[in-house]
Design a protein around this ligand. Structure first.
Ligand code: GLU
Length: 450
């Protein structure tokens, strides 16, 4: 990067930091994208004059609200809810809702920012948004979860709609929660519409939606391997998490002949040297419950060692798939993966690697796919659910799986097109950021200042 560009980038990063103090995750996400696109940005007079990058580092709208509900003991609980509508230039705001005690406005701003560029890579007409609450569902009864979802929707319903903003699931928001949210929305507005995705198949949901993020991740990984004339069969894969994304990635990987050696929760890692068998993963997917319960069931099914308080990254693997949460891989974890000759890291979660970890992967020539590319399968299928709802139709499983595969292959091709080829190393971060930014920036510019 030229000196001028380096100074311009630093000034931009400082400007974002000053406007968003105490928001480390949001600043990190903006920094990561800006560093990759800045040289291209400065060469494009039109974008610069229209301040497209500056505009895209400010959400269109952030809604903050109180969520008040009664627990099973009759005690009133007070939580916070948010919806960040980041960019609507390409289509209605689209992105999940997360319920977790770590949810803050910084986390949701980073997720909504990432979502805008991820959604652009899918090629579908969907803008970017994200929502959530600091509500912690662990230990809550089914009825408490329902009452919380209804209280959350009591405010959210005013801001969403099939052509305005279409929420879906994320951490701790699965088919059950979407059912409660959708039911309450439908009753409040007295209209049956596709204003949420991830719905049950019986009321407007789509085949393959549940599997899509995890399966899409493995389809993307296969493209990365094919690029190096390698195959998935026989490789050892370390996966973190034991939720929807992790389990479906594990299921698809094992069905395709890979050996999944780890799954994990915040309490520790389940390690199986010979690989977790497909049947155990299939059964775990059928089971509902906390990630720790899921892992206990898998262990009682097939053995393996429980490594208390450990992350998966100390185990030998060819491929690492972080599928838990943001910044779960730090520099030490990245070094451990490099030392064990891991060749590929593909993100199932959003921004699961710290900037130091990302730098280390690059230095060690470990291929590293960012979540906005490799985990885009979930939102892509959500886009296809919206298409089915809008056309009052239902597509079959095979058709949808083929479309998912096609979208992931197309995202991979976009990444490769812009990834560069320094010492024959493909920089997937740069590829994804450049391809996504071009699409969003052009749409923002074409629609004038506003
Ligand atoms: N939460 C998922 C994501 O991070 C899916 C969003 C959606 O389907 O709208 O992409």
């Amino acid at each position: 990067m030229s000196d001028n560009n380096a100074t311009g980038l630093r000034d931009f990063i400082d400007w974002v930091q000053q406007r968003n103090p105490h928001e480390p995750e949001f600043n990190q996400a903006v920094r990561e994208l800006a560093s990759d696109i800045y040289p291209m940005y400065t060469e494009h007079q039109g974008w610069r004059a229209a301040k497209v990058l500056e505009r895209l580092s400010e959400a269109d709208r952030i809604i903050t609200f109180r969520v008040c509900w009664e627990d099973d003991h009759g005690e009133v609980q007070v939580n916070r809810g948010w919806r960040v509508q980041h960019c609507g230039a390409i289509g209605p705001y689209k992105g999940g809702v997360r319920f977790h005690r770590t949810v803050t406005v910084s986390v949701l701003k980073f997720l909504a920012f990432e979502q805008t560029f991820k959604n652009a890579l899918t090629g579908l007409p969907i803008g970017g948004g994200k929502g959530g609450s600091d509500f912690d569902p662990s230990g809550r009864s089914e009825r408490e979860i329902m009452r919380f979802c209804q209280a959350f929707m009591d405010e959210l319903y005013r801001h969403i709609g099939e052509n305005t903003d279409v929420p879906a699931g994320d951490i701790n928001v699965g088919r059950r929660e979407i059912g409660y949210l959708f039911g309450h929305y439908r009753r409040l507005v007295n209209t049956f519409s596709g204003a949420l995705t991830g719905k049950d198949i019986e009321f407007g949901g789509s085949h393959v939606r549940m599997e899509a993020t995890g399966y899409g991740l493995i389809y993307f990984l296969r493209c990365m391997l094919a690029q190096r004339e390698q195959e998935l069969d026989g490789l050892s894969i370390a996966i973190s998490g034991a939720g929807n994304v992790a389990l479906h990635a594990a299921q698809k990987a094992t069905h395709l002949g890979a050996k999944v050696v780890t799954l994990s929760s915040s309490q520790g890692t389940l390690f199986s040297k010979q690989g977790i068998p497909c049947e155990a993963i299939d059964r775990a997917i059928e089971q509902s419950g906390s990630t720790t319960d899921v892992l206990k069931t898998i262990q009682s099914d097939c053995g393996g060692d429980w490594l208390k308080d450990e992350k998966p990254w100390g185990q030998r693997c060819d491929v690492a798939l972080p599928c838990a949460t943001q910044n779960e891989i730090d520099a030490d974890d990245a070094q451990a993966l490099a030392d064990s000759h891991c060749q590929i890291v593909a993100e199932g979660a959003n921004m699961p690697c710290t900037e130091d970890a990302t730098r280390l992967f690059k230095e060690n020539k470990i291929l590293h796919a960012p979540g906005k590319a490799s985990n885009a399968g979930g939102v892509a299928l959500s886009g296809l659910e919206m298409a089915q709802n809008a056309s009052f139709s239902r597509w079959d499983q095979e058709q949808l799986n083929d479309k998912l595969l096609e979208i992931m292959q197309d995202i991979h091709a976009q990444c490769i097109q812009h990834a560069g080829d320094e010492d024959s190393y493909k920089d997937y971060h740069r590829g994804a950021n450049i391809a996504a930014f071009q699409r969003v920036a052009n749409a923002v510019m074409a629609q004038g200042v506003g």
